[in-house]
Design a protein around this ligand. Structure first.
Ligand code: BG6
Length: 286
């Protein structure tokens, strides 16, 4: 485990063992890579990503907190909350036979300088545990450290590398209802039938937190096992939206699919003083 200056001079924790390699930027506690030994990289990162204070990293695993997207009305900025642009602290590192667990922390005080932090002025502590091994496990624990109840949304917004999004599918959501965020106005509610396929811009909040499998034909399957997430977000920007994003290469969209474990929209989490909540997800390659 080493801490060095990464892209843009931002501090990054790098892990490399016989079991797996990985890296996490303190900026956002942002996982930008995970590669189990013998496997291709699992996490996608844009070659056009910015790496600077105030801007989110494009790709990897943004932590969306304390709101998802623009939040609920009134709409909030920055998109996906301030945790992904706040300076987290590394609080621990341990190695169990090559499986490395890193822990990070962010409090209300740590985040106070981040854009948007004043929009959600509650006293909280967040702990983030990243385990790089044959599997990747991410766990975000939020605790109410104040004396009034608060509500928040959250997502572990994983960008997964695929050979071609146009032939990839997501299994496990058959029969689930989803909110289609590509329709204008209030998102429409739609019923999923069969596996999710990608044939145009796809931006959906599935109101189901069950295990899914991202099938990448001819390549591999990535299993995604969530815990305490009520929603699964599936996103691919496709041609026009990729072209419109300055930090996303115009031709990069076929190489990624986001499958996100979330509590968003109607599934915000409410914590009373002293209460805590853990959102966890495990990825494995088959
Ligand atoms: C997804 C949202 O989770 O994240 C999309 O559902 C959004 O609507 C995408 O476009 C990327 O968000 P951002 O803020 O990182 O560009």
């Amino acid at each position: 485990v080493t801490m060095t200056d990464g892209e843009g001079g931002l501090p990054v924790v790098r892990v490399s063992t016989a079991v797996a390699s990985g890296e996490v930027y303190l900026h956002g506690a942002h996982v930008t890579s995970w590669q189990p030994a013998g496997a291709e990289p699992v996490i996608w990162l844009s070659a056009e990503s910015e790496f600077r204070p105030g801007a989110p990293i494009r790709g990897g695993v943004p932590i969306c907190f304390p709101w998802f997207g623009a939040g609920r009305t009134p709409s909030l900025a920055p998109a996906h909350g301030f945790a992904r642009i706040a300076p987290w602290r590394l609080t621990g590192a341990s190695d169990d036979d090559g499986t490395v667990t890193l822990t990070f922390a962010l409090t209300h005080d740590d985040a106070s300088g981040a854009p948007g932090a004043d929009r959600w002025p509650f006293r909280f502590t967040a702990g983030y545990t990243v385990t790089f091994g044959a599997e990747l496990t991410l766990a975000l624990t939020v605790r109410n450290a104040g004396d009034e109840a608060f509500s928040f949304e959250e997502a572990l917004h994983t960008y997964l590398a695929v050979a071609d999004a146009r032939t990839a599918t997501v299994d496990g959501l058959d029969g689930a209802r989803y909110l289609d965020k590509t329709s204008s106005g209030e998102p429409r509610q739609v019923l999923q039938s069969g596996p999710v396929t990608f044939t145009s811009e796809t931006d959906r909040v599935y109101l189901q937190g069950a295990p899914t499998t991202l099938l990448d034909p001819g390549s591999r399957a990535i299993t995604i096992t969530p815990e305490n997430g009520a929603d699964t977000v599936v996103w691919n920007p496709w041609v026009a939206k990729a072209a419109a994003m300055a930090d996303f290469g115009d031709d990069e969209w076929p190489a990624m699919v986001c499958v996100e474990t979330a509590n968003a929209l109607g599934d915000a989490v409410t914590l009373g003083p002293g209460e805590s909540h853990t959102l966890r997800v495990t990825y494995a390659v088959r």
